[in-house]
Design a protein around this ligand. Sequence first.
Ligand code: NAP
Length: 404
Amino acid sequence: MEEFIQAESKDQGKTVTFARAVDIPRSAQNFRFFASSVLHHTTECSQMDHMGCLNYTVRCPVGVAGLISPWNLPLYLLTWKIAPAIATGNTVVAKPSEMTSVTAWMMCKLMEEAGVPPGVVNIVFGTGSRAGDALVAHPDVPLISFTGSTATAQRITERSAPYCKKLSLELGGKNPAIIFADADLEQCIETTVRSSFSNQGEICLCTSRIYVERSIYSEFLEKFVAAARKWKTGDPSDPSNHNGALISKEHLEKVRSFVALAKSEGAVIHCGEGVDHLDLPEPNKSGYFMPPTVISGISDCSRVMQEEIFGPVTCICPFDTEDEAVVRGNGVRYGLSATVWSRDVGRVHRLAQRLQAGLVWTNCWLVRDLNLPFGGMKHSGVGREGGKDSYHFFTEVKSITIKH
Ligand code: NAP
C-alpha cells in the first residue's frame, strides 16, 4: 500500500495524505466491492402460461472492454472500471492517462503476482490521441468506458459511431452548492471548503459555484474565506498540507487564466491567486502550486461560472428564493453533482428532485455507496456505473424463450 501511496503522490502532485486516505484504499476497495457484488445479481423470468412458454434473461460478457481513465484520481478511476469489467467475464484493454501511469504499471506487476491469467488485463501506455484513439476506433473492442473531459468524450462518440459501440461516459462538472439560512453553518463551511478544494480542486465532483441565501451571505463569505485561507498548499509529502501541486504547467496556467478573467470582469478575489503569497520550500518553488482561491461578484453568464476550471477556485453568489437557486444551479451545460444545505427536510427533498444532477448530496459531500448509480446528466455524461449499473453495462442481456 505504502509504495502505491508514495508513487501516486509523486506522479500526480497530490498530497501523500490524500493518496493514503482516498486513492489507494479505494482502488483496493473497488476490487473487493465488485468481486462480492457480482455474486448477488439475479436475472428476470416471466411466465406465459397461455402460450406454454417460460421466458428468462441471461447476461453474457461483451468481449473486450476498452477502458480510458484520466489523471486526477489515476488508480482509483482505472480500477473502478477494471474490477467490474473482469468480474463480469470480459477481458480488458485499459489506457491510463500518460501523465499519471506509474501506479497502473505497478498494478500490472501485482496482477501477475496474484495469478491473473495473461491476456485478461492488458494495459497500454501512450497518449490519448494515439493509444486512446487506436482503442476507440478498434473494430474488435465493442465497448468503451471513458472518464475524462466532455470535449474528449465528443471525439470518442464520433470515432466509435461507425462501430456502434456501447459507451459509458463519465465527464466534467460545474457543481453547485446551495446553502440556505437555516443550514448548520459550521458544518457547512467545513464541508464546502473541502468540497471546493480537495485534491487541488481536481475532482469532477468538486463544488465550484456556491449560492448562499442573502440573509447569511456576508457572514458566510467572511467565514468561508477565513476557512479557505487555512486550507494549506505546499510540499505534497508534508502531512500538514491539504493540497499539493496541480497536474501540469499548462493546467496551472489554464486555472490561473480563469482568475485573471474574473478579475478583468470586475469580480473580487478574496484570497488565493494574486492575493496570498505561497511560501514554498526550496525544492517545491518551481512546482505548479496554487492556493485556494475564492471569488465573488461574478455574473452567472461569465465563463468563470459556466466552464469547468478543475482547480482550487470557487465562486460565491447570493440568492433570494428557492426557485431562483434551482434555476441558477441548473443554469450550466453540466449536470454531475450538487449539494444542498438546509435543516428543512421538505426543502431538501424538493431541491434534490429539481436539481439537474446525477448525484445530489444534502448536508454532506462525497458520501458514496458503490451500489448506487454514479454518473452525470447533460454534458456530464452518458450512462451510469456502480453495483448493478456496472453489471448491466459490462454485460449484454439476452432474452430466452422456452416452449414447454
Ligand atoms: P481528458 O483530456 O479527456 O483525458 C482523459 C483520458 O482520455 C486520458 O487517458 C487521455 O489520455 C485520454 N484521451 C485524450 N484524448 C483522447 C482521444 N482522442 N481518444 C481517446 N482517449 C483520449 O481529461 P483529463 O483532462 O485527463 O481529465 C479531467 C477531466 O475528467 C475533467 O473534465 C473531469 O471533470 C473529468 N472527470 C470526470 C469524472 C467523472 O466520473 N465524471 C471523474 C474524474 C474526472 P492522455 O491523458 O494520456 O492524453
